[in-house]
Every structure is written in structure tokens, then in C-alpha cells.
Design a protein around this ligand. Structure first.
Ligand code: ASP
Length: 478
């Protein structure tokens, strides 16, 4: 961390301390021995996550270790019948992490969409190209969510491996338990400091609608609204930084959330989680297949081999960086120079696609929501699944093209059909790997779009370097 951030962090910590002092509970304080034990454990866990792990691993691996250590600690405490140490005390980090994530959702969705749409140019001037692009993006995202819903309904990864009655009994027990100090901190102290947004009550779809409306109007009168467009661009950057700061807490947050799940339920989650990963990967694979071997061949009229070879560098980068935005320059280069899509079409479609067209993300959040609902033994009706469908499409529009962007937004879908928001803890530990896979599918959807639309506009060309694009070795890192 550079020195410039230190005063800011000091201020944030001071504000937290003041808030905590004001709202500190006086009941449920454990005896001195317990307090000392807790303090030592807290210190050890903080040191582990903020001093030890960062020395050896980059953030994604730290999150992975957070999940593994959380599962182990949760399992040990479950076996020792001390689950409350995890749920009540270390659970504080999980609750804080979730609250911080949900705190940024509303500004994030609004600002990302206004900024994305307002920089797209005047839709009236773009005319046919704009219309076709939006239609293509809507259709492919809808197909993605449908494939996801189909896979999760057929495979049912969240059912069968856990004892539903036991989950319900444990939940009931939890609700009736005497509140401990840790629980009171989570229920009273944290919400007094960090906004505890009840995401289920936030009208997300109207928010998205108004953001698109405002963005379109700003784009239409860009000569007059340029300062506002620049403002939203800068805000977009700032809010993404807020998310990245919150993600500093991810390893310990995941530790606490995973630990809480295993401490209360035992290890039954593990095989279920593996099934969930397989379901998402299968869904993403199917979508890739449908786009490249169906849509590309039928509407784009080029060979899948030419496309995949041409796009290989972008596909590799998307997979390794988990960021559609970071991959954008390479996607642009591959689509135009190596595949032969029109420059005019690509330079309009790809930047817009990197912001609003996220097929992989839409599929992923829908599968995650249904999986968690299955774990909680909730039967989602067709109407509720329709709600998941609509919200998943909408949420994918508001997702920024950065690693882990959809983690917090997933809670919007959970809330829209009444799935407990804490359910995010069950899936977040394996998020990074799935993020790599879905980002690949995200940029694939955009790139296939450039071929299809270039073809319908009569502007599809040949790869600039045909010999290079046709050679199997021609996929060096950019
Ligand atoms: N990482 C994804 C992307 O950049 C967004 C997400 O988190 O789903 O496309």
C-alpha cells in the first residue's frame, strides 16, 4: 500500500472505532478467559490474512486459501461443538464483507450503466447498427440465462447431498439462541457504522431503466452534456476502485462465510460445491458451443476454426485476467485483424459489449441463485424463475468488466426471489475460477457479435494476416 492511502485508511478506521464505541452492546459479554481466547484467535486470524498470506500469494489465491482455511476451521469447530465461535465471532468479518459489497451495489449499477450508455454515441445517428447490436446482445444474453436455468434445473446441484430437514432445524435453533456478544456486534454495531442495505427493497429494475434512459439522453445531446458524461466516466472509475478496496477484505470475508456454512452444517457442502462448479462450467461450455458452432456458422457464415484461432489471444487473456475491460484492446485487435470483422462495427460493438453484454455473467448469476435456493430447500416457482431470468439479464448489464464484479450483484437476484443474501458465502469461495470461465464467455459473445453484424452489414472481411491466423501456433500472448 502506498503512503498516500494511509491517512484515508486511518480516517476510515477512526470512523469505525467511533461508531463501534457509540453502539457497543453491554449485554452478553463473555467471561474474561473467553475474551482473552477470542482476542488471541482474532489476532492470529488477522495476522494470517493481512500479514502472512499476502507475502506468499496474490489476491485470487488468498481468496482460495480463505475458502480452504474457512472450511477446515469450520469443520474443526463443528466437530468440537463450538460452531458459535465461527458464526458469531469470525462471522463478523463475513457480515462486514457482505455489508460493504451491498453498500456499493446501487451506485455501481447506476453509474456503470449511465457511463456505458452515454459514451455509446447518439443512438439515432447509429440507427440500424445500434438497433441490431442491442437486439443481438439481448438475444444472446437471454439464451445464456436459459441455458443456465436449464442446466441447474436438470442437474440440481444443490439438492440431495445435504439433509434439508437438518438445515431447517439448525436455522431454527440459530434464530432462538441467546445472543452472544459477537452476534450483537453483527446485529447492532456493524449496521450502525456501515450501511446495511436491504437489497431486496431496492427497486433495481427501475434503477436500471432510469440509468439507461439518462445515459441515452446524455448521449443524444453530447455537445451540451459532455461535462456530465465525463463526470460519470470518472465516477465509474471511482466506484470500481471502491469495489477493489472492499475486495481487500475478500480473503478473510470468504474465510468467515465458508467457515460459518461448514461450522453449522458440517462437510456436506463440499461435494455439492463441486457439482455446482461443474454445472456452471457445463452451462458456459454449452453457451460457447451454441454461439460458435450455431450462431457464428449460421448468421456469421465463417468457420468456427478461423474464429477460435483468430480469437485465441483474447480468449487466453480473458481467462487469465478475469476482466473483459482489460481484454478489450486485444479482443478488438483479434476480431478485426485476425478474424476479419469490420472495424466500424467492432469499434462500436466491442467497447459497448465489454460494459453491457455479459453472457457468461448472466448465466453464472442465474445458476448461482438457483443453486443457493436449492441448498436452502426453496422451491422456486416458474414465476420466480422468470424473475431470476429478468434480473439476471438486467444485472449482467450493470456488471463492470473487472474481476469478481458480479459477486456483490448476485445478491440482487437472491433478494428478488427471497433467497437469503448470506447464501453468497456458499458460492464465493469458488468464484475466481468461475470468473475466469465466464469472462471468456463474455468476450466470446461480443466477438461473435462483430462477425454476425459485420456479415449482415455486408462488411465482413478476411483476416489481415491470413497465413498467421490459419497457423495453429499463431496464438502468442498479446
Ligand atoms: N469478470 C467479469 C468480466 O470482466 C465480470 C464478472 O464478474 O462476472 O467480464
Amino acid at each position: 500500500m502506498n503512503v498516500g492511502k494511509a491517512p484515508l485508511i486511518t480516517l476510515i478506521v477512526l470512523a469505525l472505532a467511533l461508531g463501534a464505541a457509540a453502539a457497543w452492546p453491554t449485554e452478553g459479554i463473555p467471561n474474561l478467559g473467553e475474551v482473552l481466547l477470542l482476542a488471541a484467535l482474532f489476532f492470529a486470524v488477522l495476522a494470517l490474512f493481512f500479514l502472512v498470506l499476502p507475502r506468499f500469494f496474490k489476491r485470487p489465491m488468498q481468496i482460495f486459501w480463505g475458502m480452504v482455511l474457512g472450511a477446515l476451521a469450520g469443520w474443526a469447530l463443528h466437530a468440537m461443538d463450538r460452531a458459535e465461535l465461527m458464526t458469531d465471532y469470525f462471522g463478523i468479518f463475513g457480515t462486514l464483507f457482505i455489508q460493504l459489497l451491498t453498500m456499493v451495489i446501487v451506485p455501481l449499477v447506476f453509474v456503470t450503466i449511465v457511463s456505458g450508455v452515454s459514451t455509446m454515441g447518439d443512438a439515432r445517428r447509429l440507427g440500424r447498427l445500434g438497433g441490431k447490436t442491442i437486439l443481438y446482445y439481448c438475444c444472446t444474453t437471454a439464451i445464456a440465462v436459459l441455458i443456465g436455468l436449464m442446466c441447474v434445473n436438470v442437474i440440481q446441484p444443490g439438492r440431495g447431498t445435504v439433509d434439508v430437514d437438518r438445515i431447517l432445524a439448525v436455522q431454527e435453533e440459530e434464530a432462538e439462541r441467546e445472543p452472544t456478544l459477537g452476534m450483537q456486534v453483527q446485529e447492532n454495531v456493524l449496521p450502525a457504522i456501515v450501511p446495511d442495505v436491504d437489497i431486496g427493497r431496492v427497486p433495481i429494475l427501475p434503477l436500471i431503466f432510469s440509468a439507461i434512459f439518462l445515459g441515452a439522453v446524455m448521449a443524444a445531446y453530447a455537445e451540451k452534456t459532455q461535462p456530465a458524461i465525463d463526470f460519470f466516466k470518472a465516477m465509474d472509475y471511482a466506484i470500481i476502485q471502491v469495489v477493489l478496496w472492499v475486495m481487500y477484505l475478500a480473503p478473510i470475508g470468504v474465510f468467515a462465510l465458508m467457515g460459518r456454512a461448514i461450522a453449522t452444517m458440517g462437510l456436506e457442502y463440499i461435494p455439492m460445491l463441486a457439482q455446482y462448479v461443474l454445472t456452471v462450467v457445463l452451462g458456459l461450455g454449452l453457451h460457447f458451443f451454441v454461439l460458435v458452432f450455431g450462431v457464428l456458422v449460421v448468421l456469421g457464415r465463417i468457420s468456427p476454426i478461423r474464429f477460435v484461432r483468430g480469437m485465441a489471444p483474447a480468449i487466453q487473456l480473458a481467462f487469465s485476467s478475469s476482466s473483459s475491460s482489460a481484454t478489450l484492446p486485444v479482443t478488438m485487435d483479434c476480431a478485426t485483424r485476425r478474424v476479419g470483422s469490420s472495424r466500424k462495427v467492432s469499434s462500436f460493438m466491442l467497447p459497448l459489449g465489454a460494459t453491457i453484454n455479459m453472457d457468461g455473467t448472466a448465466l453464472y448469476v442465474a445458476v448461482a441463485a438457483l443453486f443457493v435456493s436449492q441448498v436452502y430447500a426453496m422451491d422456486l416457482s416458474l414465476g420466480e424463475q422468470l424473475m431470476v431470468f429478468i434480473t439476471a439479464v438486467a444485472v449482467s448489464v450493470g456488471t463492470a468488466g473487472i474481476p469478481g464484479a458480479s459477486v456483490g450483484l448476485m445478491t440482487i437476484i437472491f433478494a428478488s426471489v427471497g433467497i437469503p443474501v448470506e447464501g453468497i458465502g456458499i458460492v464465493i469461495g469458488v468464484d475466481r475460477f468461475l470468473d475466469m470461465c465466464r469472462t471468456l464467455v463474455n468476450i466470446n459473445g461480443d466477438a461473435v457479435g462483430t462477425v454476425v453484424i459485420s456479415q449482415t452489414e455486408g462488411e465482413m472481411g478476411e483476416p489481415e494476416t491470413a497465413a498467421e491466423a490459419a497457423s495453429p501456433e499463431a496464438a502468442p500472448a498479446p
